[in-house]
Design a binder for this molecule. Structure first.
Ligand code: PRP
Ligand code: URA
Length: 212
């Protein structure tokens, strides 16, 4: 049963097509990297559709007019290291002025518990809407810890964006961080006994960096 999950699925055909290519075992590091960058850009387009706009007076080569511009909302992008790095460039192409912070978390392969090893954030996190990015939401341990850390550092408005998620991870975030909106391209079936998402796409960090 997944009816209880609070999640927004980005089901754009291009996102779904590219995700299928990423899932395929035979997809190598170069293509995996490029696809993740492209999908991240497409997902960023979807999650920013509610950004506030204001009217400005401008002059085109033909006439003066009132036109729309972004209301200068402060954003921050927070990749969870390592695999989250693969989503940065695609989003920065769309939002080139976005400030970037980094949170280092790895999942202990035995306990599956997250271990924090790095945190460097823009100073004014409290005034920014933070977009936390990580391709994989499995048990939810890494995401939940990263979100708690960001809140402890003063963050007040956070969005979480992942590519593939498991119901277990979504439930964890829904429970521990009910204020945080989660976006994903897919809710997969389940976790296996090693905490991998099934069918998933394997180890995102290893496929991205070629450390298989
Ligand atoms: C992966 C992934 C997430 C985490 C998800 O990172 O990128 O951060 O696992 O699993 P969870 O929801 O059960 O915590 P990993 O620990 O493999 O580190 P890496 O990105 O450095 O490879
Ligand atoms: N981390 C990954 O990279 N893949 C999974 O399936 C689970 C955690």
């Amino acid at each position: 049963m997944t009816d209880d999950l609070k999640i927004s699925i980005i089901d754009h055909p291009l996102v779904q097509h590219k995700l299928t290519l990423m899932r395929m075992e035979e997809t190598g590091t170069k293509d995996f990297r490029e696809l993740l960058e492209e999908i991240s850009m497409l997902m960023a387009y979807e999650i920013t559709r509610d950004l506030p706009l204001v009217d400005v007076q401008i002059k085109t080569p033909v006439a003066e007019c009132t036109s729309k511009t972004l209301d200068g909302k402060k954003l921050g992008l927070i990749p969870i290291l390592r695999a989250g790095l693969g989503m940065v460039d695609g989003i920065v192409k769309l939002i080139p002025t976005i400030k970037i912070g980094h949170v280092g978390m790895y999942r202990d392969p035995k306990t599956l518990k997250p271990v924090e090893y790095y945190c460097k954030l823009p100073k004014d996190v409290a005034e920014r809407t933070l977009i936390v990015i990580d391709p994989m939401l499995a048990t939810g341990g890494s995401a939940a810890s990263a979100l708690s850390l960001l809140k402890k550092k003063g963050a007040k408005h956070i969005i979480y964006l992942c590519l593939v998620s498991a119901p277990e991870g979504i439930r964890t975030i829904n429970k521990l961080h009910p204020d945080i909106k989660i976006y994903t391209a897919s809710v997969d079936k389940r976790l296996n006994e090693h905490g991998y998402i099934v069918p998933g796409l394997g180890d995102a960090g290893d496929r991205l960096f070629g450390t298989l």
